[in-house]
Design a protein around this ligand. Structure first.
Ligand code: PEP
Ligand code: MN
Length: 364
């Protein structure tokens, strides 16, 4: 997949050794709560952006849905008093209009809005002609194309100060997290749009305070460009997302404990790294050749099966392969689940190719 997204280069200055830290309450609840939280967060120079939800997209009706427009002057006050840049979520054109009126610095599109191309397009249209920074959260469902589509829509409106926010994905299986991180998705986004900063939102991934540290560390170890963490002066009485918010002082501890690893080492390290990487490149080349040979042989088998009118999937053989390879793998120290998944992917490709051969109109 390719894309023509243009990211303003000055944003790549974010991509340095120190991560961008965005903090603030899930929701702006009262002027007092917003100002007190912001003042406490201001004690930590690592935090540069203050977030607060003004309109809250709640999954079910009947709970607190944000204070709306009345909260915007509170945020202007935070900006004036602390110098923080202010970020809020916008979900419709009216929100964009009001945010611009109150000089909000950064807007974000929430995970529930990003699933709808209509909603995203309406917001993108409202953004035309502005030069504001926009952050785009991943959609609730694990669909990278939908995420990139939203980024493209906003970019096509002339917005090139863009960032992505990784807040995890809805996942039906039981998990320790509120939203599964599925790290492979933001990593693939990074590969496709290397200039786009990606900020991880450990609060919405974990849904609980005690898991925030590990997800924050993992995000940095995977070269994400920053963190957005919900912080409330008194989390236990928060009107939304109480279980995942932390006090500013606990946020300071979390940041103190983060290990910020370097992206590059000294020349000796870089040299040995390069040697090892060359080795990997060579092995990958061999692996690909072996894979191609293996598939050629399964094609051959496909032709025999076709000539003799035999079914493609032979359960006994497949069960035997799994048993045998897993036992060899165990001796080689390969993780069972990893190997099982790998064998399934290879087997699936063999079946696809053999099905193609079986269904070919003219015999070769
Ligand atoms: C939020 O940031 O408070 C929020 C509602 O997030 P999300 O869109 O990721 O659920
Ligand atoms: Mn929240």
């Amino acid at each position: 997949m390719s894309t023509k997204i243009e990211i303003e280069k000055n944003l790549t200055s974010l991509k340095n050794e120190s991560p961008l830290i965005i903090a603030g309450p899930c929701s702006a609840e009262t002027e007092e709560q917003v100002i007190t939280t912001a003042r406490l967060l201001k004690n930590d120079p690592r935090i540069s952006i203050f977030r607060a939800g003004v309109w809250k997209p709640r999954t079910r009706p009947g709970s607190f849905e944000g204070m709306g427009e009345v909260a915007l002057p509170w945020l202007s006050r935070v900006k004036k008093e602390t110098g923080f840049k202010i970020a809020i979520e916008v979900a419709k054109p009216k929100h964009v209009e009001l945010a611009l009126k109150y000089n909000i610095d950064i807007l974000w599109l929430g995970a529930r809005s990003v699933v709808s191309p209509f909603v995203v397009q309406e917001i993108a249209d409202a953004l035309k002609g502005t030069n504001i920074t926009v952050m785009i959260k991943n959609p609730v469902i694990p669909d990278l194309k939908l995420w990139i589509g939203a980024i493209e829509r906003v970019n096509a409106s002339g917005i090139n100060k863009l960032m992505a926010i990784h807040r995890g994905f809805h996942f039906f299986e039981k998990s320790p997290y509120r939203n599964s991180p599925m790290w492979e998705i933001p990593i693939e986004l990074k590969r496709i749009i290397p200039d786009l900063p990606i900020i991880t939102d450990p609060s919405h991934i974990t849904g609980k305070r005690k898991l925030l540290n590990e997800i924050s560390q993992k995000a940095l170890d995977l070269e994400m460009d920053g963190l957005m963490i919900e912080s409330h002066v008194n989390p236990s009485v928060a009107l939304s997302d109480a279980a995942q918010q932390i006090t500013p002082s606990r946020l300071k501890d979390l940041l103190d404990n983060l290990i910020i690893r370097k992206k590059k080492g000294n020349p000796v390290f870089e040299n040995s790294l390069e040697k090892l990487r060359n080795e990997i490149d060579k092995l990958d080349g061999e692996l690909l050749q072996i894979l191609a040979r293996r598939l050629e042989i399964t094609d051959e088998i496909g032709k025999y099966k076709r000539e003799n009118n035999i079914t493609i999937l032979q359960m006994k053989r497949w069960a035997g392969i799994i048993r045998d390879r897993l036992s060899i793998g165990a001796h080689l120290g390969l993780d069972e689940k990893f190997l099982y998944d790998l064998l399934k992917v290879i087997h699936k490709e063999s079946i696809i190719r053999q099905t193609g051969i079986l269904n070919k109109k003219n015999k070769p």
